[in-house]
Design a protein around this ligand. Structure first.
Ligand SMILES: Nc1ncnc2c1ncn2[C@@H]1O[C@H](COP(=O)(O)OP(=O)(O)O)[C@@H](O)[C@H]1O
Ligand SMILES: [Mg+2]
Length: 164
């Protein structure tokens, strides 16, 4: 059984803080898949992950360049599939290099290329909440949590009750 974790964020800082906690705990080879509408906070969360990895400098959305790379404790490959016509196109552009690297890979609009990803990824969905600054965030491993490489990370997120 996969277990999903629901977290409510009350502002951009709170989403970034969640990202930072994730960035502090990820391991080489981890793949994090982000879904959610435009403006939901995928890049904001990635900025937090970058902070947690000790990346210096601001992390922008790579929408126009598709992929960017940042160096911290581990290399962060940041991919945005918004403009991708198809999964095959993303693959042809060399997405496998980012996915199977010894850094970590964060992919925005991951639902556009589901078939490309390894099973044991961490899915994070961001959805608009009731007021302009609230977001409902769902964190879910791609396989049963007991077998997932994200088990420890998920346990520690569960213990951390609030990111605001
Ligand atoms: N709780 C929240 N979490 C994330 N972003 C938020 C939140 N509340 C407001 N925002 C704002 O929403 C926008 C999210 O933008 P961005 O991260 O670029 O979205 P995406 O990458 O999903 O298109 C930012 O302007 C951010 O300040
Ligand atoms: Mg974005």
């Amino acid at each position: 059984m996969t277990t999903s974790l629901h977290i409510q964020s009350n502002g951009a800082e709170s989403t970034q803080e969640l990202g930072r906690t994730i960035g502090e705990q990820v391991s080489a080879g981890d793949v994090i898949l982000l879904t959610g509408e435009l403006g939901a906070g995928k890049t904001c969360l990635t900025q937090g992950i970058a902070l947690g990895l000790g990346v210096e400098g601001y992390v922008r959305s790579p929408t126009f360049v598709l992929m960017t790379r940042h160096h911290g404790r581990l290399t962060l490959h940041h991919v945005d599939l918004y403009r991708m016509g198809s999964a095959a196109e993303a693959w042809d552009l060399g997405l496998d290099e980012q996915l199977f690297s010894d850094g970590i890979c964060v992919i925005e609009w991951a639902d556009r290329a589901t078939e490309l990803f390894p099973e044991d990824c961490l899915w994070i969905d961001l959805d608009y909440g009731d007021d302009p600054d609230s977001r409902n965030i769902t964190v879910e491993p791609g396989i049963a949590v007991e077998r997932s490489r994200f088990k420890k990370l998920l346990e520690s997120l569960t213990k951390k009750t609030s990111f605001s």
